[in-house]
Write a protein that binds this ligand. Structure first.
Ligand code: HEM
Length: 368
């Protein structure tokens, strides 16, 4: 069963959005991939791509921009160190200002979500709505064996935000880094494009059902996740029992922080660890984005591992494959290479990726 929302929307968006920008030729890839995942997530949750009407040229409107930016702001603070996590008595002072920033981001997100959620709840209550069509409907209608709703209104709203944060970030981050690395190594990009042309052709867009056959494209996405994790550490956990891991004793109650960079760039595991080399994954019989052996962390593993592995894979590979299928990409004029310097504050590219895009497909392919 397909995991991505059905119908042509919102999938061709990067294509349509960029196509309308090709007059200026240079595309802000970061913005494009983030708006793409934002569109997908809104479509999955609310059955709509935009809150407003979007822009006339097919790109996101101001509402969508601020929605996605606020989701990324909230996410950034998920990983940030805060003394009040360890000394809760300091929380009231909000010494680092984190709480203020997150509250503001949540205010913006809720400003967009609340009217949709409230209206939908009324529609279900007064019988106007009868069919479950998206995740919001699932959250409203889910009930226990006695028919009692399982989620309160507050819980529905919180769950929507939680899921959105989990979905928008990693696919966009992996696609941006993969594109940056591949533009600097055009032979890798060429190989991926040839695979897409062979498997899919140029008369239709890449679909979720093609993913199994796009082994090299998946290797590129996997390599981006290995070399460029979204955060230096995995989400913090607390151990529930004494344990011995790799010879180390970890007492019950320890805060466990796995270094994603330490694992993915470990020279004892990966040859030339700092080099973007998708070929290293091609010997695997099946190339997957998941890495249950934890030689690097993509979706992690175990009971707290990511529950969205299949959807995350579909989203990431479809996004990357469509960018490659729809456009020929190169370094912007007056630049020799894409600057791959990491930001000082996180593991994003220091400067959002800008690249030159030239359409590869017939103009009719860039419609809705
Ligand atoms: C390429 C895409 C994705 C990547 C790389 C990714 C990665 C991760 C990682 C590393 C974790 C933390 C696991 C841990 O704490 O050990 C996580 C947690 C989680 N992810 Fe994903 N994820 C992706 C997409 C998704 C999608 C599409 C969904 C939505 C269905 C999702 C839902 C979640 C949730 C709900 C958690 C929290 C689980 C918990 O705390 O028990 N993720 N993800």
């Amino acid at each position: 069963m397909p995991l991505l929302p059905p119908g042509p929307t919102p999938w061709p968006l990067p294509a349509r959005h960029i196509h309308n920008f090709t007059e200026s030729s240079v595309v802000n890839v970061r913005n494009t991939v983030r708006q793409y995942t934002g569109n997908v997530v809104r479509k999955m949750m609310f059955s709509r791509r935009y809150f407003g009407e979007g822009r006339k040229d097919g790109g996101p409107g101001l509402e969508e921009e601020e929605h996605v930016n606020s989701l990324f702001t909230t996410l950034a603070y998920l990983y940030v160190f805060s003394p009040s996590d360890y000394l809760p008595c300091l929380r009231v002072f909000d010494l680092d200002g984190h709480e203020k920033m997150v509250k503001e981001a949540l205010r913006i997100i809720n400003k967009h979500h609340d009217p949709i959620v409230d209206e939908r709840i009324i529609q279900w209550r007064n019988g106007e709505k009868k069919e479950v069509e998206d995740i919001l409907d699932v959250f409203i209608t889910i009930s226990d064996t006695k028919g009692k709703p399982l989620l309160s209104v507050e819980e529905i709203k919180a769950q929507l935000i939680e899921l959105m944060i989990e979905i928008v970030d990693n696919p966009a981050h992996a696609a941006e880094w993969a594109m940056a690395e591949m533009i600097n190594q055009p032979e890798i990009m060429q190989k991926a494009v040839e695979e897409i042309d062979r498997v899919v052709g140029k008369d239709r867009l890449v679909q979720e059902s093609d993913i199994a056959q796009l082994k090299y494209v998946k290797a590129c996405a996997r390599e981006a996740l290995r070399l460029h994790p979204i955060a230096p550490f995995n989400v913090p956990h607390v151990s529930m029992a004494d344990a011995v891991v790799a010879g180390y004793f970890i007492p019950k109650g320890s805060h466990v922080l796995l270094s994603r960079v330490g694992l993915g760039r470990n020279p004892r595991v990966w040859e030339e660890p700092l080099k973007f080399k998708p070929e290293r994954h091609m010997n695997d019989e099946v190339v997957d984005l998941a890495e249950p052996e934890l030689r690097f962390i993509s979706f992690s593993t175990g009971r707290r591992g990511c529950p969205g592995t299949a959807l995350g894979t579909a989203l990431t590979v479809t996004l990357l494959a469509r960018l490659l299928q729809c456009f020929s990409w190169s370094v912007p004029p007056n630049q020799d290479q894409i600057d791959l310097t990491e930001s000082m504050n996180d593991l994003f590219l220091a400067k959002p990726l800008h690249a030159h895009a030239k359409p590869r497909l017939h103009a009719s392919m860039y419609g809705n």
